[in-house]
Ligand binder design. Structure first.
Ligand code: ACO
Length: 375
């Protein structure tokens, strides 16, 4: 029997404290007009003392679990994607495991910067599909404000804090996480980094004085890289799923900069309306940005049963990736009418996919190009 990995629960957490562009203009030489026009960001959330990556992750995890039929003890695996972990070790995932009482779960962190949530969902889905686990909790959580140089206007206007979580469960119903591309290019390590605090530059008075425990970024180069890979990764993941770009209902991009998202939309020749965008209110929350945007789109009813989603991101490393998801709501969350609509949509999608493959096969026979695509 085929096993599929479905997202059955979701939750998010954001600190209450709001830092607006006008607030930032009192701290560094900037203004609302510059930030809004260059990034699309109006405000971001900043963790209060007492809040941290783990507390935000726990809040998001508990909300995600509340929206499912299972409880923490049913979770087999917890993955936290983060660039701002609670400690270098132990992992933030272990702290979450303890705080939510997931007594049977293995737990570890993934460090793939802003692409981390995509990597983590893919890893959890793979583990579910192979049969090695039944239920996973995947969290993207950050307190970037703790690693921001509040005197550096190039970076401090960009980032915010928050967390988002998915519960993934196994099912024999087709759909859920379908395909994923994960890419990296370590030659770009210096373009975006937090240089000190690791084994190369352990903490010292000098590293603190030089502010090497804060985010260092070559914004222009990161911008160039991001606009290139967002479209290419989306195309690849969509093609692996045997979809066309037209089949995509929603693209949920990493929320770094409105101009990057617009460039991706142009590159893909997709209407910007198909992109879920909420960065004006949260800024760039790194690994948390995609799950937070997904949660808000679900809660506002934009994402519907049967929708075809692409999650796409990029970040330090450099890393980038995209993941396709056929959104299938858990049975108990949908009405009988919606269930009928889902069955029809799934049937039509399969017919479309079959016709496309058949067409490619026939074109291959006519034009002599080889196609290994099984019909
Ligand atoms: N307010 C006012 N002026 C500013 C500010 C600011 N906050 N920041 C920079 N400027 C100035 C610069 O000093 C420069 O002035 P100059 O022309 O006199 O030298 C001018 O504005 C233009 O600067 P650019 O760097 O060319 O501005 P750009 O249009 O490239 O926008 C930005 C900068 C927003 C950082 C953009 O490059 C960007 O978004 N890059 C991608 C960053 C990103 O997404 N990082 C996260 C990756 S994900 C992860 O892993 C966390």
């Amino acid at each position: 029997m085929n096993r599929f990995a479905h997202v059955t629960g979701w939750g998010m957490a954001a600190p209450d404290r709001v830092l607006t562009n006008d607030d930032l203009a009192k701290m560094v030489d900037t203004n609302d007009e510059w930030i809004l026009s260059r990034t699309g960001i109006s405000e971001r959330r900043i963790a209060e003392p007492g809040e941290s990556t783990a507390t935000l992750a726990v809040d998001a995890a508990l909300r995600a679990l509340e929206s499912t039929d299972i409880n923490a003890k049913d979770i087999d695996l917890i993955i936290v994607a983060t660039s701002t972990p609670e400690y270098i070790f132990p992992s933030t995932a272990c702290i979450v495991q303890d705080k939510i009482g997931a007594s049977r779960a293995g737990a570890f962190d993934i460090s793939a910067a802003c692409t981390g949530f995509i990597y983590a969902v893919n890893m959890a889905a793979q583990a579910i599909r192979t049969g090695s686990i039944e239920n996973a909790l995947v969290i993207g959580a950050e307190t970037l404000s703790r690693f921001t140089n509040w005197e550096d206007r190039d970076t401090c206007v960009l980032f915010g804090d928050g967390a988002g979580a998915f519960v993934l469960q196994s099912s024999d119903q087709p759909g859920g996480v379908l395909t994923c591309v994960m890419r990296s290019d370590g030659s770009g390590e210096s373009l975006l980094s937090l240089p000190a605090g690791g084994s190369k530059l352990p903490a010292s008075h000098e590293t603190v004085d030089k502010k090497q425990h804060t985010i260092q970024m070559n914004g222009r180069e990161v911008f160039r890289f991001a606009t290139r890979v967002m479209a290419s990764a989306t195309r690849e993941a969509v093609s692996l799923a045997s979809w066309e770009l037209d089949d995509v209902t929603w693209v949920i991009p990493h929320q770094a900069n409105m101009r990057i998202i617009e460039a991706a939309a142009r590159g893909l020749r997709m209407p910007i309306e198909k992109f879920v965008i909420n960065l004006s209110r949260y800024g760039n929350t790194s690994t948390a940005s995609i799950p937070i945007a997904t949660c808000e789109a679900l809660e506002s009813g934009r994402i519907q049963d049967g929708d075809h989603l692409v999650l796409v991101g990029f970040g330090a490393g450099l890393t980038w990736g995209a993941l396709t998801l056929e959104w299938v709501l858990p049975e108990r969350k949908i009405s009988r009418a919606a269930r009928r609509r889902r069955a029809i949509l799934v049937f039509l999608a399969r017919v479309r996919s079959f016709v496309r493959r058949l067409r490619r096969k026939i074109e291959g026979l006519i034009w002599g190009t080889s196609s290994n695509d099984p019909i």
